[in-house]
Design a protein around this ligand. Sequence first.
Ligand SMILES: Cc1cc2nc3c(=O)[nH]c(=O)nc-3n(C[C@H](O)[C@H](O)[C@H](O)COP(=O)(O)OP(=O)(O)OC[C@H]3O[C@@H](n4cnc5c(N)ncnc54)[C@H](O)[C@@H]3O)c2cc1C
Length: 337
Amino acid sequence: MKVQKNITLKRYHSFACDEIAAFFTIVTTKEALIEGIEWASENKLSYLILGAGSNILFTKQFDGLVIKIELNGIQKLQETSSEIILKVGAGENWSHFVSYCVQKSWGGLENLSMIPGSVGVAPIQNIAAYGVEVSELILSVDAFDTIKHEWVILTKQDCAFSDRSSIFNQEPKRYIICAVQFKLSKQPLLRTEFGDIKAVLHQRGISCPSVESIADAVVYLRLIQWPDPKKLGNAGHFYKNPLISKDQYDQLKLAFPSMSAYPINDQNYKIEAEWLIEACGWKGVNRDQVCCDQNQVMVIVNKGATKGKTILDFSEAIKQSVLNKFGIILESAISIV
Ligand SMILES: Cc1cc2nc3c(=O)[nH]c(=O)nc-3n(C[C@H](O)[C@H](O)[C@H](O)COP(=O)(O)OP(=O)(O)OC[C@H]3O[C@@H](n4cnc5c(N)ncnc54)[C@H](O)[C@@H]3O)c2cc1C
């Protein structure tokens, strides 16, 4: 295992801030991962697991060991005339993996095309887009349990998937994901009803869509709707949609009739964080080279700030204004270190 000292994390996370890791290593095998954890423990240091860095903000120097996961490989475990089971290394690039499946016409993941990140992090937040959650395609997750100090295989039920959540973020830092098993279909049920997929297919004169044409439509829509993290540093949606009680919803709806929210059950509503942020006047505000994206205010973009703290301060100012105006606490959807 090769440990580098005092390296900048700029190229290892999509906000691209110039924060330093005191120690840094890239692991390509499970053995090297264990070595990294033991090295940190022997040196009385904390460690941080890093995937592609597209859902994390470093706000200061990290004094421990950053372990970047590059456990790669796509292995075919089983194939029948109707389905295929794949085991994919946590370090594989998510978008490349989806393209690989789409090219072979294996269906299920096409609506999740072009989401930045690594395969290993997809189950953590149960990544979702255009009406599909990744958990629908996951059979199991291979991970290292840092409490029991053993390798485990968590079935889909063990993973306790729900909306943007799983056991992995309910028990943060307990599991280090090394591989994910997916079941894909050769006769997939294609999902075109979300977002503008149908409209794009219609514009292109496609009446019988395929896995490929849906993936193409999703990529087209994402190119228009999302800022490219390679050009404009960002980590996707910065906040979660907050959950509030029906009583609070009723009071707010009276005061703000245009408020955008949807019921989760009889007692709770989710409010669109986007609406709250826009209502606080953040659209178009630029402070210290940090602003909200012009298409999606939920995405905070870095237009040149070198320090993560500048981005954190901007996000805290948004949170404070939402709290002052609506009495609602916005929670971050990304990891803040
Ligand atoms: C432009 C843009 C668009 C996006 N669109 C979407 C979208 O449509 N839908 C969606 O769901 N998300 C979206 N995201 C969010 C992001 O792509 C996902 O959260 C992605 O899964 C992050 O993967 P990563 O490898 O980059 O995670 P990282 O940022 O590397 O890590 C995120 C967290 O997981 C931990 N971690 C990393 N690797 C492991 C591992 N192997 N085991 C355990 N813990 C680990 C890290 O410590 C950190 O806490 C978007 C992000 C961007 C920048």
